[in-house]
Ligand binder design. Structure first.
Ligand code: AMP
Ligand code: ZN
Length: 473
């Protein structure tokens, strides 16, 4: 069955047809964290949905090249660094590390690249793009010295959010403090330096300043994935203005369609309200771990509901996740026992049942609820067969093989202690030496090599720690 996704742009379920999948991997861009504080589990709902999407595409044989940016320069990171009286880089670093640690706890696969917006390479790219937009009449420098995108010159502006531009004035979605703009909806591409920015600024043809948030994603996406990408994701709050602006900027520069499929996940809620930093109704991953739950249980709790359906976070839901995983664990233990036993007495026809229903459900706009429904139905049936001593070892092995396949998507198996291979230990040692010599480039390369072998290296107070990487078998 072909894969189908709900495309926010068309508001329709569409068949997935990537640009030439035989010649190149699926190109996927996912908006990453703004590193001014620890991400909350609402943010992680979005990242888990993206992880599910990537893993299912891979299960279906696609190679996926995914980029997730790190927003390390915008109002909140600058304010945070100022209030903490530390340089921006130092301030954001701690939240970046915390983000990767939490993502690992939740078994989220690491993106192929995690570019930071402050990297000079990408700032140069942003400046190039803004210059191109100005020369095309799509952007202008205003009296306040900032550069804005001229939305009236981009006829498709508003198409993603299905927004009527004439209504923009009254939506209250744009701030009214930027009075130098031609249109209230024009958004900043380059923000002129302001004393509140302190020493955070870059030179540009328009004077010192810093990029706007939207251009950061357009530039990093273009630099790492090219002019046209297959899939772009985020939470629904990213649709407007962020993703709308990304389309205007990218297509404004290239004249080509930027993204084929826009996928957005609904929010994680608390008592019916969006979980958000600003509302103070949030939990972080460590908050949940401190209550005695595991990363695996939280992964399950955030994964189990269809991504377009709002999900209410409750501790009851966490307990249900724990119970569901216990059922899976017991089922696997029983199957393993029988598979080992070599018992060929009772071949059972139920073991031959169509097991593709799980994958078919995910093909259907990532219908995880239906896929898990099928898994638990299968568990019920096979448990019954095992109760009645009607399961032979070959059938048990087949079920275990099936589990292994679907678990490449779910990644929900209980932790087992695995010995760290020698080559991984050696690479980690070389990386430690490179770090001592402050050879960061080499150290990053070695991290990549370790990661390619299915391991993650984390620098702790007590030295480097190796853990099994997300997605490793
Ligand atoms: P931010 O760090 O605010 O840029 O958000 C990072 C990602 O988390 C974005 O894709 C947001 O759309 C997403 N997000 C923020 N809050 C929630 C929530 N309560 N539920 C699901 N996704 C969210
Ligand atoms: Zn973005």
């Amino acid at each position: 069955m072909a894969l189908r996704f709900f495309n926010t742009y068309s508001r329709e379920i569409e068949e997935f047809e990537p640009v030439d999948p035989t010649a190149r991997p699926v190109r996927m861009y996912t908006c990453g964290p703004t590193v001014y504080s620890r991400a909350h589990i609402g943010n992680f709902r979005a990242y888990i949905f993206e992880d599910l999407l990537q893993r299912h595409l891979e299960l279906r044989g696609y190679k996926v090249h995914r980029v997730m940016n790190i927003t390390d320069v915008e109002d909140k990171t600058i304010r945070g660094a100022r209030e903490a009286s530390v340089p921006l880089q130092k301030f954001t670093e701690q939240f970046k590390d915390a983000f990767f640690e939490d993502a690992r706890t939740l078994r989220i696969k690491r993106a192929c690249a995690s570019p930071a917006a402050t990297d000079q390479r990408y700032v140069d790219r942003m400046i190039e793009m803004i210059s191109a937009l100005i020369s095309k009449g799509l952007a202008y420098q205003a009296d306040d010295k900032s550069v804005y995108f001229r939305i009236n010159k981009f006829p498709d502006y508003g198409k993603l959010a299905h927004l009527d531009l004439t209504e923009l004035q009254s939506t209250g979605r744009v701030k009214h403090d930027e009075y130098d703009k031609e249109h209230i909806g024009d958004f900043a591409l380059w923000k002129a330096w302001d004393k509140a920015d302190g020493d955070v600024n870059w030179d540009s043809p328009w004077g010192p300043g810093r990029p706007g948030w939207h251009i950061e994603c357009s530039a990093m996406s273009m630099a790492l994935l090219g002019d046209q990408i297959d899939i772009h994701c985020g939470g629904v709050d990213n649709i407007f203005p962020h993703h709308e602006a990304e389309i205007a900027q990218s297509e404004g520069v290239t004249g080509k369609k930027f993204v084929r499929y826009w996928l957005h996940c609904a929010h994680l809620l608390v008592d019916g309200q969006k979980m958000a930093k600003s509302l103070g109704n949030f939990y972080t991953v460590p908050d949940v771990l401190a209550k005695g739950y595991t990363g695996r249980e939280l992964r399950y709790a955030l994964l189990r509901v269809h991504y377009r359906v709002p999900l209410n976070f409750t501790w009851e839901g966490m307990n249900e996740a724990r119970e569901s995983l216990a059922r899976i664990d017991e089922w696997l233990a029983r199957l393993r026992e029988i598979a080992k036993s070599g018992n060929l007495q009772h071949p059972t026809p139920s073991a031959q049942r169509r097991t593709t229903a799980f994958e078919d459900a995910l093909d259907d706009d990532l219908n995880i609820s239906a896929a898990l429904g099928f898994l638990f139905e299968s568990i019920r049936e096979t448990n019954r067969a095992m109760d009645q001593n009607e399961m032979d070892s070959a059938s048990a092995s087949r079920w275990l093989d099936w589990w292994k396949r679907i678990n490449t998507v779910l990644d929900l198996e209980a932790e087992t202690d695995v010995a760290i291979p020698d080559d991984v230990v050696q690479l980690a040692q070389q990386r430690e030496n490179a770090r001592r010599e402050k050879n960061w480039k080499r150290s990053d390369e070695l991290r990549e090599q370790i990661s390619a072998l299915g391991w993650d290296v984390r620098d702790t107070k007590h030295g480097p720690k190796l853990t099994r990487g997300a997605g490793s078998a």
